[in-house]
Design a protein. Structure first.
Length: 192
């Protein structure tokens, strides 16, 4: 039976077709309050202003204009919708394989990389220009080998925990004033 021609069913089918819809983000209209609010363009150029974007707990992002969105409109009411997901295929990394996860931005492609990538084989791969962190207690890294390809600058002291528990400053204090017996008795050159 073809219900689409029935005048009683037609309005119900029209309402049902408006419950879930695709849209394109025009811009972020507000970040204050409980949710971000977006202005989106939906079906046939319909503009929906100040629609709430509900994001997953613990994650927050701000989409760029042109990102794609999926909106849910209870009862087909376009005035009471929420955006439930926003994605941007323009910047989606293409090198992610099944089972992997990546956090990325538009700068991932534009500047040679900007990504947190959980790769297969329990590999955490970080790509970026600068890594900063503020930790109020301590940072502990347990690893068999720690390799740094580049310079290391430390503004505090470096300690040796091989049994002597000496700092670099203590090693310098012991090394620099010592003299060599039988020779000129002068301190080492260069100093440590």
């Amino acid at each position: 039976m073809d219900y689409s021609s029935n005048r009683l069913i037609r309005p119900i089918l029209a309402r049902l077709s408006l419950i879930v819809g695709r849209a394109v983000v025009k811009y972020l209209s507000s970040t204050s309050g409980e949710h971000q609010r977006l202005r989106v363009i939906a079906l046939n150029g319909e503009t929906i202003s100040d629609i709430d974007w509900v994001q997953a707990y613990g994650l927050e992002s701000v989409p760029l204009a042109g990102a794609e969105a999926i909106g849910v409109f209870p009862g087909g009411n376009r005035d009471n919708g929420v955006i439930v997901i926003v994605g941007d295929r323009r910047y989606r990394p293409q090198d992610i394989v099944s089972g992997e996860v990546a956090v990325y931005t538009d700068e991932d492609e534009l500047s040679g990389g900007h990504r947190v990538h959980l790769k297969r084989g329990q590999i955490l791969h970080l790509i970026g220009k600068l890594l900063t962190g503020i930790f109020t207690s301590s940072v502990t890294i347990t690893v068999p080998t720690f390799t740094i390809n580049g310079d290391l600058t430390v503004s505090g002291d470096v300690s040796d925990s091989s049994g002597t528990a000496q700092t670099m400053a203590a090693m310098r204090a012991a090394y620099n004033p010592h003299t060599h017996p039988g020779g000129a008795g002068s301190p080492p050159n260069p100093l440590m």
